[in-house]
Write a protein that binds this ligand. Structure first.
Ligand code: FES
Length: 529
């Protein structure tokens, strides 16, 4: 086993993803799906099965987004049924339960029908409570889950002797799989039907016409009767949905355990920060124990390394049988105000559909979203339409809304605070935001000592990005856009990268910094890659 954990998810390290060329010419199809994660590929799969012509475009590569960063629990909503019942009503809780069950069934049926080798496995899920009175908290959830029609039972403890959990709830018929191997199978199933796939093709804009949509990309236009935006967070909606969901970063670590030393189950708690646990098959003799947690608002933690340390310490304390850390990664979660995803017709649109607000249950919500928007596009009734309606107003979450909005507003304070670093203070492999007059600059020094400078202004709605030393990315603390060290966009809602700084301009800035601080720097570069 390795001594140092491999940065990046286990899913990415253990699969060969298919590649596709960029779009090369204008196209006309029935449906254009944007995003090649589980939401986009499932939508394309379901629509092409109905005989529609589908084109799927992806800004980067197949599975390059959050489907490869998840821990791939296919489980009941972690926002809990009592909470859904309280905020959206008992009928909504039943609809969520029904749709989550249907999502797991669809994934199971698809793996069987398309012969997808992705270790799909039905397992039990266990929730235990960190509340002051765990029994009271779990009772509340037990009753609400039963009212929603979920198969749930009370247990005195978890089926793992090393975890002192106290009582817990057992949810039958949950599931897990290898998320990216599932995507490989879905991709194959799509291309077998009438779906064409183009990668490195970022959608820049969607224009609604009377009878359809036109999707603009750098490589050509796609005319379609409908568009499905399955990009984790929608790029087409600049404000409405981003004011109702908030970006969080979550951390996962994984270590090998001997096969048979732990049961294959899903576990999660309700702590703050909360944790979640599963196993995945590693090799003939070992499973991989995967633990996640330590969530925080994206771009709002100066020491993400510490988040991994916390999750690893939590793993070590509870699973002494685990070997040395093998993998570690982080992912982004879009948390809707009421905990339920936004799936369906985009607010104010006729023929644009969105799948967003994964809420930490990304696999289930994405699959429900694909089923729902396929029905809407095929003009078939869908019983879950109202509960997931992207236009709904979470009126019972007014306080929560105000708190989150105040958080976003506070991030704009970066325009007057911070940025006191200098180019000379930035070490190799490090980045920092520096101030130059009224401007904020995102400066990264590569391993050869060269500086790369971009505007630190997020092109979405103008917040100042922050350096993430763990992933070596520029992260926006307002709505979660993320950019590479070289400024290109990795995660929306931004659709363009950080603006390059003109080289002459940058030389003047460095000179001014040198004069004022007496610092020496190497030759700068300012081009996005
Ligand atoms: Fe909205 Fe950066 S993601 S301002």
């Amino acid at each position: 086993m390795q001594n140092q954990p491999t940065p990046g998810s286990y899913w990415r390290a253990s699969v060969q993803l298919p590649e596709f060329a960029p779009l090369a010419a204008d196209l006309t199809v029935d449906v254009c799906v944007i995003g090649a994660g589980i939401a986009g590929l499932t939508s394309a799969y379901l629509l092409s099965k109905q005989g529609l012509s589908v084109v799927l475009i992806e800004a980067l590569g197949i599975g390059s987004g959050e489907t490869g960063q998840t821990t791939a629990h296919i489980a009941v909503p972690d926002d809990r049924y009592w909470h859904i019942e309280k905020t959206l009503g008992a009928r909504a809780a039943r609809q969520v339960a029904e749709s989550f069950g249907a999502a797991a069934d669809l994934i199971e049926a698809t793996t069987r029908d398309e012969a997808i080798d992705c270790d799909f496995e039905r397992v039990s899920g266990y929730l235990y409570s960190c509340a002051k009175d765990p029994a009271e908290e779990l009772c509340k959830e037990l009753e609400a889950a039963e009212r929603a029609g979920v198969r749930v039972s009370w247990q005195d403890r978890l089926p793992i002797s090393t975890v002192a959990s106290g009582p817990c709830l057992k949810f039958a018929d949950q599931a897990q799989f290898h998320s990216l191997r599932y995507l490989v199978g879905l991709t194959h199933a799509c291309t077998q039907r009438r779906t064409s796939i183009y990668c490195d093709t970022r959608a820049l804009d969607i224009e609604e016409r009377e009878y359809g949509v036109v999707i603009k990309t750098l490589h050509g236009k796609i005319s379609a009767a409908a568009a499905v935006v399955a990009t984790n967070v929608p790029f087409n909606d600049r404000v409405t949905l981003h004011a109702k969901q908030f970006a969080y970063q979550t951390y996962a670590v994984a270590a090998p355990v001997e096969r048979g030393s732990l049961p294959h189950v899903l576990i999660w708690d309700d702590g703050d920060p909360y944790h979640y646990v599963r196993l995945a098959a590693l090799d003939d003799e070992h499973d991989l124990l995967i633990v996640g947690g330590a969530d925080h608002r994206t771009g709002q933690n100066d020491d993400p390394e510490e988040c991994h340390r916390q999750v690893h310490a939590w793993l070590r304390d509870r699973f002494p049988m685990a070997g040395p850390l093998a993998y570690r990664w982080s992912g982004e979660v879009a948390e809707p105000l009421d905990g339920i995803a936004y799936l369906g017709r985009n607010p104010g649109s006729r023929n644009v559909y969105v799948i967003t607000g994964d809420s930490g249950n990304g696999i289930s919500h994405a699959t429900v979203g694909a089923m729902l928007v396929s029905d809407q596009i095929m003009q078939r009734p869908n019983a879950w339409e109202s509960v997931y309606d992207p236009s709904r107003k979470p009126v019972r979450e007014a306080l929560h809304f105000m708190r989150e909005q105040a958080n976003v507003a506070a991030q704009y304070g970066d325009w007057v605070a911070g940025g006191e670093s200098t180019p000379a203070a930035i070490g190799a492999g490090e980045g920092a935001v520096i101030r130059h007059g009224l401007r904020k600059l995102a400066v990264f020094r590569d391993e050869d000592g060269a500086l790369h400078c971009h505007s630190a202004t997020c092109p979405h709605l103008g917040c100042v990005v922050r350096w993430n030393p763990l992933d070596r990315t520029w992260d926006c603390p307002c709505h979660g856009s993320r950019f590479s060290t070289y400024g290109s966009v990795l995660h929306g809602p931004a659709v363009s990268g950080l603006a390059s700084i003109d080289e002459e301009d940058w030389l003047r800035i460095v000179e001014a910094q040198r004069e004022s601080k007496g610092a020496a720097t190497k030759q700068p570069h300012g081009k996005s890659r």
